[in-house]
Design a protein around this ligand. Structure first.
Ligand SMILES: Cc1cc2nc3c(=O)[nH]c(=O)nc-3n(C[C@H](O)[C@H](O)[C@H](O)COP(=O)(O)OP(=O)(O)OC[C@H]3O[C@@H](n4cnc5c(N)ncnc54)[C@H](O)[C@@H]3O)c2cc1C
Length: 499
């Protein structure tokens, strides 16, 4: 690298995990890096907040890449998120499903799970064994973290193929059906629930298998102290490396002159010049707000126009203070009296106990969160409400949900206090998240998995990071996309992409 290159300035718009990663890798590559984030705290959806002496952790249910033998772990480590000394929550299962007097669980221990599931549903033994066997195969699934796939050569593909040798079996058996269709393979009603409780029914079945395999293989642990603490560690790393983070500083647009992005204009009118710009915001917000919609790739345009084939998921969530040590119920789904939100009625919901992290609540007390999964249509319902209607609906639902939790767990009577509730709109307001989405597009059967190069056609110094560049999104895609954006700059400059 020569001196001129080292003085180049990279501006990153958006300080979520993707933006922070882009900033860190830009510094690592020898650039100056500044991140512009609209919120008072960086982190975007990898967030947590305090209420009445309790901490509400609102992201990491599992962090893919906690196995130090994986390349993704190296990326997290470079970003300061985790290292050899990181302590993880001592959780033992993915989740449980209850139906009537039956309860089944997906334990991290696959043998234990298989034994229990067969005991609970002997009529499904063959299908249970097949399911568990394929979870075992799916433990080999890795997220490419070295370089963008379009920069991979034959040797890289051969190596990836070797690493993921068993994944074709998973795709063959579960790649062409969704979770709803997976339930047809089981006779036991509680097994059917287990297959559709966690991921929405239109998710491909292999997504469930891979998610469970990540937990079961020890590559999806939860760092203690949660999401916000992890974000703050990444921010610290960025600043220690010399990066500049501007919070409370929303960007209005990326300035494009001819074929060049010359910088950004902030909401207050300030112009900031840059040599290269990386955007790390939601792509629905990017195209049409930060840059002209004409730059949107065709596939992405198609996806936004067809929310049936390319749905997203969000949630109506509530957090409670529990006046007891409510452990043992990590995540559990159960039947509930019907709850109506807009046109849709729900008869199942879940609670998750955060008893596994003592730092979230005063001694002897626990945080419990409940979630009702929300879709694109639900988002539009929330959006259609007036301010007063919105508040009234939130209050009404929170009270209804509290009642249902107490009905399912009578021991909580008189011991449960609402701390906060939030909707898909909250994620849009806070992060500009499309339809309040947690992740990228849901991978449904038959839809083309969304993946696009993080470049802007016709503008050779504007790059895109963020979870939307590759389905299904999530933290691992966000963190590698930041690295990949910097590698695209290096490749354009004919420098080594090894960073
Ligand atoms: C409830 C919940 C649970 C989740 N659980 C998990 C999990 O267990 N495991 C997992 O892997 N993933 C999980 N995710 C997903 C994960 O949080 C996201 O995939 C990831 O945080 C996305 O990162 P990002 O940087 O791509 O986007 P974002 O987090 O959306 O970051 C974008 C950033 O850009 C900022 N921004 C937007 N507009 C502007 C502007 N005009 N100017 C300046 N800044 C702007 C936003 O404020 C935000 O900080 C969960 C998400 C949610 C909501």
């Amino acid at each position: 690298m020569n001196n001129t290159e080292s003085k180049k300035k990279v501006i990153v718009v958006g300080g979520g995990i993707a933006g922070l990663s882009a900033g860190i890798y830009a510094l690592k590559a020898g650039f100056e890096a500044e991140i512009y984030e609209k919120n008072p705290v960086a982190g975007g959806e990898c967030m947590g907040w305090n209420r009445q002496g309790y901490h509400i952790d609102n992201c990491i249910h599992w962090l893919t890449g906690t196995d130090s033998k994986t390349k993704l772990w190296e990326v997290w480590k470079t970003c300061g998120a985790i290292d050899e000394n990181t302590e993880y929550a001592n959780t033992s299962k993915f989740y449980s499903s209850r139906l009537g007097d039956k309860e089944v669980s997906l334990w991290n221990d696959l043998e234990k799970t298989q034994k229990e599931l067969i005991e609970a549903a002997p009529e499904d033994e063959k299908e249970i064994r097949k399911f568990i066997q394929h979870v075992e195969y799916a433990k080999s699934c890795v997220i490419p973290s070295d370089k963008p796939m379009d920069m991979m050569g034959v040797k890289d593909y051969i190596e990836m193929g070797k690493d993921m040798a068993d994944m074709p079996k998973v795709m063959k058996e579960y790649g062409k059906i969704n979770c709803a269709q997976l339930t047809d393979r089981f006779q036991s009603p509680v097994m059917k629930k287990l297959m559709t409780d966690y991921l929405p029914a239109d998710y491909t079945a292999y997504s469930l298998i891979v998610s469970y395999a990540t937990m079961a293989s020890g590559n999806g642990n939860i760092p203690l102290k949660g999401s916000l603490a992890m974000t703050l560690r990444i921010v610290k790393r960025f600043k220690e490396m010399g990066g500049v983070l501007h919070t409370n500083t929303p960007t209005k647009r990326v300035i494009i002159e001819g074929k060049k992005a010359t910088g950004i204009e902030l909401e207050d009118g300030t112009i900031v010049k840059a040599d290269d710009v990386i955007t790390a915001v939601d792509t629905r917000f990017l195209y049409g707000r930060l840059i002209d919609e004409k730059y949107m790739p065709k596939d992405l345009r198609k996806a936004y126009a067809d929310s049936k084939a390319y749905p997203v998921t969000s949630g109506f969530q509530t957090a409670f203070a529990i006046d007891s040590d409510f452990s043992g119920e990590d995540t559990i789904f159960f039947e509930c009296d019907p709850i109506k939100i807009g046109d849709r009625t729900f008869t199942r919901m879940s609670v998750k106990s955060y008893a596994y992290d003592k730092s979230f609540a005063p001694e002897g007390k626990t945080v419990l969160q409940a979630n009702v999964v929300q879709t694109d249509a639900d988002y539009l319902y929330w959006e259609s409400l007036s301010k007063d209607e919105y508040k009234a609906k939130k209050d009404e639902l929170s009270a209804e949900i509290t009642k249902r939790i107490v009905k399912e767990f009578p021991e909580l009577e008189g011991r449960i206090t609402l701390l906060d509730c939030w909707t898909p709109l909250t994620y849009n307001r806070y992060c500009n998240a499309y339809h309040g989405s947690y992740m990228g597009f849901v991978t449904t059967v038959g839809n083309k998995q969304m993946r696009f190069k993080g470049v802007v056609k016709g503008v050779n110094n504007l790059f895109i990071a963020g979870q939307w560049v590759m389905s299904p999104g999530g933290l691992p895609i966000a963190v590698v996309s930041g690295k990949f954006a910097v590698q695209r700059i290096l490749k354009r400059d004919r420098r080594s992409i090894e960073i």
